[in-house]
Ligand binder design. Structure first.
Ligand SMILES: Nc1nc2c(c(=O)[nH]1)N[C@H]1C(S)=C(S)[C@@H](COP(=O)(O)O)O[C@H]1N2
Ligand SMILES: [Mo]
Length: 325
């Protein structure tokens, strides 16, 4: 197989995100979905592109885009959230979106290839390459536990009913609902079944963290508990009532949300979880803080009892400053 023609955008990492108030609709418009490319953005010529499924399989598969699209697809809506800059992992970046994807279940592709006994890991490789943190890489690569990829992963080729754009990972990307964005490999060219984790900048050197109860740092996978204020946008508000709203989410359902005005926390209303995959839950609170400047903050607690920290963490409480007239 000849490699596909890939053109990199060229000026190093790409990062873009919308203002939080643009995330108020339940489903994020594709043009409001934040954008990350460690090496820049890749443009892949579909003519020479295939998705190769290989490694510990009975028969390797090479699927071109028509073959992928011809397979039975599944549509799902789930949360996409960036872990943040892996070189600065405690800084909140608040890059999140709720996205509808369509693609082919990883399970169907694995069944067709036939997975050998003893396989535990699925390596996902992108077409992009370049230098990140001073390290030259011949590809972007991540690995996910085989059973998780089989249980809920899809190889997505559509976003919101249209082909993925180049910025979103065209021709195809891996989507693993409930896992941080970094695992959702764009410009996907390979899925390799293995019995071990791959050594790579983005698997064993970056995107690791210490978790309670585990000695070794663990790869960042399951989403943290987190939330975002989408209204008010900050700045001036009419008052006297201030409507506060936005989204809360976690790898498990969110149990409660609190909203604070000037440090006084009180419960907010939060809708029940919906859907089969991790998605965000709307919260709402009405406060009457009186004229003047006020800090409005949110924090969520999930069903595992995890609460967002107020400061010093990637998922620290989000706040806006409003002036009530
Ligand atoms: N091939 C490839 N896939 C990638 C990345 C990348 O740099 N290269 N960045 C990852 C990160 S860190 C995130 S948060 C998501 C962002 O997806 P989006 O740009 O479609 O929002 O893509 C992931 N997949
Ligand atoms: Mo990310």
């Amino acid at each position: 197989m000849r490699p596909p023609t890939v053109t990199m955008s060229g000026d190093g990492p790409v990062k873009w995100q919308p203002e939080p108030h643009r995330l108020d609709p339940r489903r994020t418009a594709p043009s409001d979905v934040y954008l990350i490319g460690h090496f820049g953005l890749a443009t892949v010529d579909p003519a020479g592109w295939t998705l190769r499924i290989d490694g510990l399989v009975d028969r390797a598969l090479d699927l071109d885009l028509d073959a992928l699209r011809a397979r039975p697809g599944r549509t799902l809506t789930t949360l996409l959230e960036c872990y943040g800059n892996p070189l600065d992992p405690d800084v909140p970046t608040r890059r999140a979106a709720n996205v509808t994807w369509r693609g082919v279940p990883v399970a169907d592709l694995l069944d067709e290839a036939g997975v050998a006994d003893g396989a535990t890991s699925l390596w996902a490789t992108g077409c992009d390459s370049g230098t990140f943190a001073g390290v030259a890489c011949t590809e972007y690569r991540k690995d996910v536990p085989l059973e998780v990829a089989r249980g809920r992963g899809i190889v997505a080729h559509e976003i919101d009913g249209a082909p993925l754009g180049a910025e979103r990972g065209y021709p195809a990307r891996l989507v693993v609902p409930g896992y941080f964005g970094t695992n959702n490999v764009k410009w996907l060219r390979g899925l390799t079944v293995s019995d071990r984790r791959p050594e790579h900048l983005f698997t064993t050197r970056l995107y690791l963290r210490t978790v309670p109860g585990a000695g070794e740092p663990q790869p960042v996978r399951d989403l943290d508990v987190n939330s975002l204020i989408t209204v008010p946008a900050g700045g001036g508000v009419a008052g006297p009532d201030v409507d506060v709203g936005g989204w809360a989410w976690s790898a498990v359902p969110v149990a409660s949300v609190e909203v604070a005005v000037d440090g006084q926390w009180a419960p907010a209303e939060v809708e029940p979880p919906r859907g089969r995959h991790v998605t965000w839950q709307r919260f709402r609170a009405v406060r009457r803080p009186g004229p003047g400047n006020h800090t409005v903050a949110v924090r969520a607690t999930d069903r595992q009892g995890r609460t967002q920290p107020l400061t010093g963490a990637r998922n620290a409480s989000h706040h806006v400053v409003v002036t009530v007239r």
